[in-house]
Design a protein around this ligand. Sequence first.
Ligand code: NDP
Ligand code: MG
Length: 390
Amino acid sequence: MSFARPSVALLGATGSIGTQTLDVLRSQLGAFELVSIAGGQRVGELAAIAREFRVGRIGVLADADREVLADLVSDDVDIVVGSAGLAELAASADIVVNAVVGFAGLPVTMAALGAGKRLALANKESLIAAAPLVRMARETPGAVILPIDSEHCAIHQCLASSRGEPGHPDVRRLLLTASGGPFRGWSAQRLATATREDALHHPTWSMGPKITIDSSTLMNKGLEVLEASALFAIDVERIDVVVHPQSIVHSMVEYVDGSIIAQLSKPDMRLPIAYCLGLPGRLDHAWGEIDFTQPLELTFEKPDREAFPALALAYSAARRGGAAPAWLSAANEVAVEAFLADELAWSDIVATVAAVMDLYVDDPLDSLEDLVENDAVARQLAHGILKKQP
Ligand code: NDP
Ligand code: MG
């Protein structure tokens, strides 16, 4: 990485993490060079970002988008298309922010690591699905993953207080905090009445629709257990979930001597994004600053694992390993899409995932082709189960 002015590729630039990354870049004018961006449907917004930041390369979904975009940006902008385009952009910047949602973020993760880049990772789905492959890709000289996901970013900061040996022998367990989502404390009976609007109303974070729904089912926390295990090479049996409704303590590490190290701030994703851009230093802008002159309540409770079976499903997928986490994530994506399209009841999201996981047959996952095939099979099974819904 060049120290003068690191180049940044921001893929998923039009979304919640993407636009907050732009905020961080605006707060650090001249410190980074945004060299490429990519997005999905919002082509007009891509053009506006390109004009503001004088971006030279843009990734779009399809040839039709390329034509629309070409009319909105200057002639010297290079437009690339599809997953091959995403991979090309991810392989050619010092820092790659993967802010794409879902399995579509896989080419970004694999290409950035394969090219030995710093991967600032928001897209947890690619890491979870491809964990065995990511483990190998991380061996590429220069390749490093820094987690944008707030809990994992917190743990990354907490782990700096230990010596960092493989296996983290001084660490007893990682404590992932969870807000509990909009349905914390709801009974199973009440959960059966949950609507799309209820589920989209997150109490502490404003995020894209997919992760907001994942937060309502606690599947997001289940995915985060898998994410933490893959990121920090720690067995899931040493990862616990603690509900903390205020979302101030972003996660904790408990050491074998009983000491617990935590990271705190008001909920603001721009802080973890800035951490991933700035390391080894810290960027001088206080996102999520806490005012200790005001009363501050921090409470903790255990998650309701019966009302929210997604947690147990995630632990079970982690224990099975191989392609099981990829199936979990793929089935969940299909179910969440159906819920967002008003085709599925809230309580059937996780039921659909569970039904797909019942069909999983162990597969060690040894290649990218194998992963893509597993993803497709899990999606097909999920769609089949959805068709049988009344
Ligand atoms: P959004 O839905 O807000 O944004 C998703 C981004 O991905 C958009 O830029 C979208 O483009 C783009 N995109 C969608 N499909 C494709 C595709 N096939 N190819 C290329 N780009 C695509 O999601 P979030 O920003 O909320 O989440 C992004 C990731 O970060 C997720 O994995 C999420 O779990 C993770 N994350 C998010 C947090 C948050 O606070 N939002 C917190 C922690 C993790 P367009 O909108 O133009 O269609
Ligand atoms: Mg998170």
